[in-house]
Design a protein around this ligand. Structure first.
Ligand code: LLP
Length: 428
């Protein structure tokens, strides 16, 4: 069941609320609109799938760092996956238990590692220099750090190259042939490092769970090898990466249960705790990016719907050629036909599009004002949209709202203003 659905009256609803009405009520467009109950349902789906396993759901904060959303995820029992000191600070402020947090990354900074060590966060070792930095951080903090080795299982996640990480050419993880070097290094720092597990992350938008099973079987072999040397390691972290149904074509995609079920036996056979790091599959489908149509135009060969949102607020189509479903929030007017449009923003470059070649209702007359002011949404905008937004062309970052359990709408982030921008120059 999808939280954003068109009902028989032709309007788009979010949890029983007409998006059109929300649009009329909020003072600024574009904006992001989330369903809080959908966030809950997504977490519950993972929790149900994990029944019977010792596990941590480490929500990948990079996907969406909205503060009330983080607090909600924490309240639902999630841990957090961090890739910077600031994400760690944010997780702590939001109340996450640091001992259920995992610090990832190929370029972790010493200061950030010191904070992680002080807080008791799990840290993934990514390289030789990273290990050195973790040891230094442990000494500075006077704490022993629980570490996992980020191993590169070298499986093809079958996704866009920019979001593939667990393959040979990746900048992430240790060189597997150097495993012994890392184990010896860890052994030589008994006061600084405690090796507790192995980690991998294959990539993002993965739609075949076999890929996770292949990786998990490779990972448990590594774990067997590491245990054979006397290390008492108990955590398998299989990363995040489960994809979602961006195309809205009704194709049945693997669910969290399908994902967990493919690795369950392996995890139980070695008596491991399972860590997973979902971002997208927890948050992407809980949100629409809501825009207003500024105008409709044609250049003779192509038709364009120009909206107020752009690549500044939502860059995935421009950056990865990603498809996100687009539709109008109100019923199709009776006098309209269907035409093919590029849905574009006002930003000054041709990379600025939210969708290409989309069949959408078109005005019967060339300059009809019928769509001007209409609402248009970009679906599945909860993950890697607001968190990747920029202020390019001084399009300030938009506000965010959610629909609460009781059907009320609340603002969960202020929109950035021009005055916010000027503040960076005060007192110079
Ligand atoms: N764990 C690690 C180590 C990661 O690098 C990532 C994402 C995740 C977990 C969460 O993956 P998820 O479950 O969200 O797929 N900006 C791109 C996605 C980049 C993903 C980066 N790493 C996009 O918009 O598609």
């Amino acid at each position: 069941q999808h939280c954003f659905t068109k009902k028989d009256d032709g309007y788009l609803y979010c949890e029983g609320l007409k998006v059109q009405e929300v649009m009329e009520a909020v003072e600024r467009r574009p904006f992001y609109l989330y369903s809080k109950p959908q966030i809950t349902r997504n977490v519950e789906a993972y929790k149900d799938a994990l029944e019977g396993l010792n596990s941590i759901i480490g929500y990948a904060i990079k996907a969406n760092n909205n503060f009330p959303i983080l607090q909600h995820l924490k309240n639902l029992g999630c841990g957090a996956v961090l890739v910077s000191g600031n994400e760690l600070r944010l997780a702590i402020r939001a109340g996450f238990d640091p001992t259920r947090c995992i610090f990832n990354g190929n370029g972790k900074l010493l200061d950030d590692l010191v904070l992680a060590a002080q807080e008791g966060v799990f840290v993934n070792i990514d390289s030789e220099f990273d290990l050195d930095n973790i040891v230094s951080a442990a000494k500075i903090a006077g704490k022993k750090v629980n570490v996992l080795l980020r191993i590169n299982p070298d499986v093809d996640p079958q996704v866009h190259p920019y979001v593939a990480t667990g393959n040979k050419n990746s900048k992430f993880g240790i060189r597997n042939e150097k495993l012994q070097w890392f184990l010896d290094a860890v052994k030589s720092y008994p006061d600084e490092l405690k090796l507790v597990g192995a980690h991998c992350h294959l990539g993002s938008t993965i739609t075949k769970v076999d890929i996770f099973r292949d990786a998990a079987s490779i990972m448990v072999k590594f774990i067997d090898e590491i245990r054979a040397q006397g290390f008492d390691i108990n955590y398998l972290n299989i990363g995040g990466g489960l994809g979602i149904d961006y195309y809205h074509t009704g194709t049945i995609l693997p669910t969290p249960r399908d994902l967990i079920d493919t690795v369950r036996e392996l995890v139980l056979s070695r008596n491991l705790n399972l860590i997973i790091e979902p971002g997208r599959s927890l948050i992407a489908n809980t949100c629409c990016f809501v825009n207003r149509v500024t105008g409709v135009k044609t250049n003779g060969t192509k038709n364009f719907i120009v909206i107020d949102g752009s690549m500044a607020e939502l860059i995935r189509p421009s950056l990865y050629d990603a498809y996100q479903h687009i539709e109008l929030v109100s019923p199709t007017p009776q006098d309209s036909a269907v035409s093919t449009f590029d849905v574009v923003g006002p930003v000054c470059e041709s990379a600025d599009f939210l969708g290409k070649n989309r069949d959408l209702p078109s005005p019967a007359k060339a300059h009809s004002s019928i769509f001007f002011g209409s609402g248009l949404v970009v679906h599945d905008a909860g993950a890697y949209c607001m968190s990747m937004a920029s202020t390019y062309n001084l399009k300030m970052r938009p506000p965010e709202y959610w629909v609460d359990e009781d059907g009320s709408v609340a603002k969960i982030r202020h929109g950035e203003t021009f005055e916010d921008h000027m503040r960076y120059f005060e007192g110079l």
